[in-house]
Design a protein. Structure first.
Length: 81
């Protein structure tokens, strides 16, 4: 994933040892936002119901941890049948 500059964020179900690596990743994100743009792409899933699912806490931790020093671009989704 380094070759295409992707960084995974670990979840609790990935195990506590993997989860501890997130703090290092968050510090990397905070450093990068001072020098470059970052794009956060949350994990998706599917269901038979047509509705948006809530964004998990990891995304919020990254965003609010860097909020004071970044510009947020708003993404709007328009859903139709």
């Amino acid at each position: 994933m380094n070759a295409i500059r992707l960084v995974p964020v670990y979840r609790q179900r990935d195990g506590f040892s993997a989860l501890r690596q997130n703090q290092e990743l968050f510090e990397l994100f905070y450093h990068l936002v001072h020098e470059k743009s970052i794009s956060i792409m949350v994990e998706g899933s599917h269901d038979y119901r047509k509705r948006l699912r809530p964004v998990q806490r990891g995304t919020a931790k990254i965003v609010f941890g860097t909020y004071e020093n970044m510009v947020i671009l708003t993404l709007k989704l328009y859903l139709s049948d």
